[in-house]
Design a protein around this ligand. Structure first.
Ligand SMILES: Nc1ncnc2c1ncn2[C@@H]1O[C@H](COP(=O)(O)OP(=O)(O)OP(=O)(O)O)[C@@H](O)[C@H]1O
Length: 600
């Protein structure tokens, strides 16, 4: 499933120094030397906050319709001369300088251990000889704090189709689903004043459908599985009621014992969720902390030990801290799995099991929530094992793509992709400052190669993938957000959750193998009612396996199916039944006890 090697799969070997039986001091001893050098002795200067002066505008695609005309000519087979390079990236594979490594950034030190680095096997998966000296680099990285101004400037403004959200059907199923009214305004949710102020300050005028239904359910402390399309405000749907409940309950804050734990699969996503939580918590005493790999472990653990109400974490660093005794779950009231289908995938499930069965956890006082835009049936079945008497909330079709994304496919053989990309991007060199183009590729090597190649052109480009240092990854994202770089070449690590203003166009240079990843990738544009465009390069030699699923997505969003998909229609391959996922418990009579209810 693409390049996920950086996201701290918990299958990574346990860090040698992390033994649960040691005291914290001992445990940190080795880290201390590494991490301590980092920050304390050196009076480091941190990089500027992420997203300073982040891009303007909501990225309404409507303004750019003229720019996209050229695509029409290229629909169907793209036929160009072969070029004198190999599109697999061999030429540029050693050149990692996609622009951003030169830049500024947080504290940087080589040859340091970082317990959350993925195993070498993963990091070098695109490296022919596996011996690139760059891979040996370690650094202790302390990310910059985001300023309050930046936090509030980060939201994407609602677009012209925002009101269309109200036309999407909402379903809530499960025992007691009628107990919770939907709210029509944020005021009706009876949120505390500071939260309401922060909601207003964020520019939110009314709740999105998932917020309308999820906020009262979470305030009522019911377990929840929530599914709504990409860019429809799922983060605020859980962050707002959680913060409100923490403030209402006023439980004592104990060191290393968070009251809410939010787990997400990638580092950049947990940073974003943390920012969202800090934005809404602004002006209150609620403390939000982060735990993610690639950044200084000691710095993070100190924040946690000082006490945090909300902890946002990736699985690898979370388990590292749990094993070291930095974190325990005695006070945990809320557990959120964002991108839950991914979190329950192989590799991360162990962590979820460990958290949910941890000896310090009091299951009776815990509410668990899972959110995603995609929720395959088999993952729902798995998810149900962790939840108790949960409600299943869906907005629109489970696993459907955002209707605000215009989807285009261009048939092109592999060796001609680079020229097609160059031609496509050239249109944007004349476009407005607000436009950002996100290009997805399958491998880190291709990401490096394309970023390097495009940086030689007039298009300022950067890249993000699992072999880049964390400082470089955050810098790449910051440069993209601020518009310093208008093109970001990314592997699957950026497919889920990232919310970046001004992304008007997503290009799948390589199509993913799984349709769910396609849905998440194209969902980086067309967010909160803004329109966006996704162009996918279809290589007939390798992309046939995803065709039937793409036909489903195109049919559901009422978009044209390309001729070169071979005449497959949603009905013709018997897919109609498989689509439109629903609550897997539905066959059970309403009101009947649920299978998993007592299993916990
Ligand atoms: N009620 C609202 N009104 C206006 N904007 C909103 C509202 N709720 C959320 N937003 C903004 O919408 C954008 C998308 O929200 P968010 O990232 O939570 O989407 P999501 O559903 O989690 O998407 P994904 O599935 O891609 O993770 C954010 O910029 C957020 O600030």
């Amino acid at each position: 499933m693409g390049d996920w090697s950086d996201d701290e799969k918990t299958s990574a070997p346990a860090p040698k120094r992390a033994t649960a039986s040691k005291t914290q001091t001992d445990d940190w001893g080795s880290n201390d030397r590494q991490d301590n050098n980092d920050d304390r002795g050196n009076n480091f200067s941190r990089g500027r906050g992420r997203g300073g002066g982040r891009g303007r505008g909501g990225g309404n695609f409507g303004d750019r319709e003229n720019n996209s005309e050229g695509f029409g000519e290229r629909r169907g087979k793209y036929n160009r001369e072969n070029r004198d390079f190999n599109d697999n990236g061999e030429e540029g594979s050693d050149n990692r300088g996609s622009g951003s490594r030169r830049g500024r950034g947080g504290f940087n030190r080589e040859n340091r251990e970082d317990s959350d680095r993925p195993p070498r096997r993963d990091r070098n998966e695109n490296n022919d000889n596996g011996d690139n000296p760059e891979e040996q680099k370690r650094e202790v990285y302390i990310p910059a704090e985001t300023t309050e101004e930046e936090l509030f400037a980060s939201s994407i403004s609602a677009g012209i189709n925002f009101d269309n959200f109200d036309k999407i059907e909402i379903h809530v199923t499960g025992k007691g689903s009628d107990d919770f009214d939907q709210i029509k305004t944020f005021e009706e949710a009876e949120l505390r004043d500071f939260l309401l102020n922060n909601v207003k300050k964020s520019g939110y005028k009314k709740p999105t459908p998932i917020q309308k239904r999820a906020i009262p359910i979470i305030m009522g402390k019911r377990d929840l599985m929530g599914c709504a399309q990409t860019g429809s405000g799922k983060t605020a749907a859980f962050v707002l009621p959680i913060l409100n409940t923490i403030m209402n309950d006023k439980d004592t804050l104990n060191p290393g014992k968070p009251q809410c734990l939010i787990v997400a699969p990638t580092r950049e996503l947990v940073i974003q969720i943390r920012d969202e939580a800090m934005k809404f918590a602004s002006g209150s005493y609620v403390k939000v902390a982060l735990a993610y790999g690639g950044a200084a472990s000691r710095y993070q653990s100190e924040n946690i030990v000082q006490g945090c109400h909300v902890l946002v974490a990736t699985p690898g660093r979370l388990m590292d801290f749990v094993n070291k005794g930095v974190i325990s779950f005695d006070d945990l009231k809320f557990l959120v799995l964002d991108e839950a289908d991914r979190m329950l995938d192989m590799g991360f499930r162990d962590t979820i099991d460990k958290v949910c069965n941890h000896s310090t956890l009091n299951k009776d006082s815990l509410t668990i929530m899972m959110f995603s835009a995609t929720f395959p049936d088999e993952i729902q079945r798995l998810a149900a094992q962790y939840l108790r008497n949960y409600l299943f909330l869906t907005v629109g079709i489970v696993g459907g793509a955002s209707a605000d994304v215009e989807q285009e496919f261009i048939e092109v053989p592999r060796r001609e992709k680079r020229q097609l990309l160059t031609d496509t991007l050239t249109q944007y060199s004349k476009s407005t400052d607000e436009d950002r183009i996100l290009v997805f590729v399958e491998t880190k090597k291709t990401a490096d190669y394309l970023a390097s190649f495009l940086s030689e052109t007039t298009l300022s480009t950067t890249s993000i993938h699992g072999d880049r240092l964390q400082r470089e990854r955050e810098e790449a994202l910051r440069d993209f957000r601020t518009g310093k770089r208008k093109v970001l070449i990314a592997t699957a690590v950026a497919a889920r959750g990232l919310d970046i203003k001004g992304v008007t166009h997503v290009i799948n240079y390589d199509l993913p193998k799984e349709v769910d990843e396609y849905i998440h990738r194209i969902g980086r544009t067309g967010r909160v009612g803004n329109r966006g465009k996704a162009t996918s390069f279809f290589d007939p030699d390798v992309d046939q396996t995803i065709v039937s699923d793409l036909v489903r997505i195109l049919t559901q969003t009422k978009q044209a199916i390309p001729d070169f998909f071979g005449g497959i229609s949603a009905g013709s391959c018997g897919m109609a039944d498989k689509y439109g996922g629903s609550d897997i418990r539905q066959p059970v009579a309403a009101g009947a006890p649920q299978k998993d209810e007592d299993e916990w």
